[in-house]
Design a protein around this ligand. Sequence first.
Ligand code: RP5
Length: 166
Amino acid sequence: MTAPTNAPLVGIVMGSSSDWEVMQNAVAVLQEFGIAFEAQVVSAHRMPDEMFSYAETARDRGLRAIIAGAGGAAHLPGMIAAKTIVPVLGVPVPSKYLRGEDSLLSIVQMPKGIPVATFAIGEAGAANAALAAIAMLATTDAVLASRLLDYRERQTQVARNMKLPV
Ligand code: RP5
């Protein structure tokens, strides 16, 4: 199957609408770079059939990366990765009782053979997952690569202009 040209390149899935506050940081970065994306709730333990279907169709639908965020016993990224060879970028969402350390360990400790690229807990992880997806797309898109370099340069200038109150 050939994906239409305006088809999403990056899929964002999360285990609950309660993950949105964190995961919207990935959306914001993709929007800033003008990357076609899709975002939806796909709960691993509450919607296992939809999770498998999402992963199984991802490649044919043209997705080049999947950003998967979940909290607690966060099996969504690993199970998505188990069903597709589209690269999966995992975002540990902060949890109520263990502050996301459970999410982090659940996502990062994938057994050998099925990788999930795992990012920081919370907002930084979500934003960085999007930047990593953009970097992957930029390996075959010179215009996007140039925009990513510009983004880095702007960050550098902001840091160089930082003043301390002493
Ligand atoms: C996980 O359980 C979700 O990813 C979320 O982080 C957490 C809590 O979900 P809700 O109870 O808020 O729906 O599946």
